[in-house]
Design a protein around this ligand. Structure first.
Ligand code: IPD
Ligand code: CA
Length: 263
């Protein structure tokens, strides 16, 4: 494995620092499940705390870069070519319910292109990262998408729209078509990790719509650097800013897309 770049060192250190707080807070949330008030206020505070740690650490190392954050929105930097896109807790519903499947997601955008991405699950201590043109890594292994070419053997991740989100009827029809043709469907509740799992070959594909840049910016780069395809569901080249994502290995992209958008 190549030595980690200075940029990746900065991103890793920021994620690890924010993760220490999140792990403590997650332990607390597990206790709060049965309390009368419930953990939601506590989780919002944890989210903000983690975002603050990430911003402080990233700004210390790269003071001129701007931010696009889930909590704080857009903050312009002195050097407007560079912008961090961060989600301090992707998978908030899991976190809130004490389900240990959530992640910190950090991407770096340079002139409208994502050039680095890091996704870290503090509970499993799994870190997935990539830099544009340099490939990616998962802990100390190289990131590589799966080689499955038959949908019948494939495990496909997705995001199911919930209350107040998306058009449930059309989604169910799409899901019905995919269900009939694959080995398994997973709805794990953390878009960044869904993409990281495709990049690591754990899942063979993933689709979801209605996402935000901070959910997918890092993951899309990871999939591409792992040799996979990441597009909009309809095939467009801009999954990050449209929030419509179809990520697979090269062999499954067309067959899965045909199920999602039948001709
Ligand atoms: C959500 C998760 C989830 C996806 C949602 C996202 P959040 O992000 O990534 O998997 O289905 O659409 O909004 O709200 O937990 O940061
Ligand atoms: Ca998110």
């Amino acid at each position: 494995m190549a030595l980690r770049s200075a940029l990746m060192n900065v991103m890793t250190a920021a994620a690890e620092k924010a993760a220490r707080g999140l792990k403590r807070d997650f332990g607390e949330v597990e206790q709060l499940q049965v309390s009368r008030k419930g953990p939601s206020d506590f989780v919002s505070a944890a989210d903000l705390r983690a975002e603050k740690v990430l911003m402080t650490e990233l700004s210390k190392a790269r003071p001129k870069f701007g931010f696009l954050n889930e909590e704080g929105g857009e903050i312009k930097g002195e050097d407007d070519r560079y912008r961090w896109i961060i989600d301090p807790i992707d998978g908030t519903t899991n976190f809130l319910h004490g389900i240990p499947h959530f992640a910190i997601s950090i991407a770096l955008e340079y002139e409208d292109e994502i050039v680095a991405g890091l996704i870290y699950n503090p509970i499993t201590d799994e870190m997935f990262s990539a830099e544009k043109g340099k490939g990616g890594s998962f802990n100390s292994h190289r990131l590589r998408v799966s080689s499955r070419g038959d949908l019948r053997d494939s495990v496909i991740a997705t995001g199911i729209p919930h209350r107040g989100r998306g058009h449930h009827g059309p989604y169910l029809k799409t899901l019905g078509r995919v269900m009939e043709n694959v080995a398994g469907i997973r709805r794990m509740g953390t878009a960044s990790l869904d993409l990281a799992y495709v990049a690591a070959g754990r899942c063979d594909g993933y689709w979801e719509t209605g996402l935000s840049p901070w959910d997918v910016a890092a993951g899309v780069l990871l999939v591409r650097e792992a040799g996979g395809f990441a597009t909009e569901v309809a095939g467009g080249k801009d999954p990050v800013y449209t929030g419509s994502v179809l990520a697979t290995n090269a062999k499954l992209h067309k067959p899965l897309q045909e199920l999602l958008i039948p001709s």
